[in-house]
Design a protein around this ligand. Structure first.
Ligand SMILES: Nc1ncnc2c1ncn2[C@@H]1O[C@H](COP(=O)(O)OP(=O)(O)OP(=O)(O)O)[C@@H](O)[C@H]1O
Length: 218
């Protein structure tokens, strides 16, 4: 699904991703691990065009991707960022907003899925009428994940998706994102999340330095 070869990313004049290559197949769950500042978030952002790459090759579903054609990835990949903003006058409006974008207009808003996910993530229905700024950090994070899931992306890119969650909602989010055969590329400092990813890719100083299969206990 994703193939990077010799990728290089420069930010603020510094090379923060260097000569990085990785292949991720459909259905795999991969976590990038490594010290703070080694480039994990940058690599995830680059996959959806949040950072430009200056050298290397990027293939998505065997198609070459360039910074100019990154929209082919954005159509099919959902990005859950560390500070995903929900914009709208209510939470419901924020969740519905992507469905008004031209590229997603053919999709209808999956209300049943929304309610299923809210129940699973322990979110009460009344929150839908709240202003997004009234949500707690953990509620915001769960709604940001729901917003991505409602669009049924082929690929999920998740930057610390459980960082603001308590144990119960964390387990439910892990089950939903990692327990259903989805293709997920992530970074996390949460050992519960890491234990459920099938592959751990080690990074250091902007480079991929190791790749191991995890024995996943379901
Ligand atoms: N907007 C930016 N402009 C310039 N440099 C940046 C920017 N954002 C991050 N960097 C630099 O890029 C490098 C990689 O940062 P990145 O956030 O990708 O690391 P990380 O591995 O995700 O760290 P953490 O585990 O702390 O989230 C760091 O040296 C950081 O200082």
């Amino acid at each position: 699904m994703i193939k990077l070869e010799g990728l290089q990313v420069v930010r603020g004049g510094n090379t923060v991703i260097r000569d990085s290559s990785i292949t991720v197949h459909k259905g795999e769950s991969v976590a990038l691990q490594g010290p703070s500042g080694c480039g994990k978030s940058t690599l995830l952002k680059t996959l959806v065009g949040g950072c430009e790459w200056q050298a290397g090759h990027y293939l998505f579903n065997h198609q070459p991707v360039t910074p100019d054609s990154i929209h082919i990835v954005r159509l099919k990949a959902g990005y859950i960022g560390q500070e995903s903003a929900l914009s709208g006058s209510t939470v419901l409006e924020a969740l519905q907003r992507p469905f008004s974008f031209k590229v997603f207009r053919a999709k209808s808003f999956p209300e049943h899925t929304l309610y299923r996910l809210m129940d699973q993530f322990l979110l009460s229905r009344s929150l839908l009428e709240h202003h997004p700024s009234e949500l707690s950090g953990g509620q915001k994070q769960r709604f940001a994940i729901i917003r991505v899931l409602l669009l049924e992306p082929e690929l999920i890119i998740a930057d610390e998706p459980t960082s603001a969650l308590d144990a119960e909602s964390r387990n439910n989010v892990i089950e939903e994102l990692l327990g259903r055969g989805r293709t997920v590329i992530s970074t996390s400092h949460d050992q519960h999340w890491l234990d459920r990813c099938e592959r751990i890719v080690m990074m250091d100083n902007g480079q991929i330095i190791g790749d191991k299969q995890n024995v996943v206990c379901h």
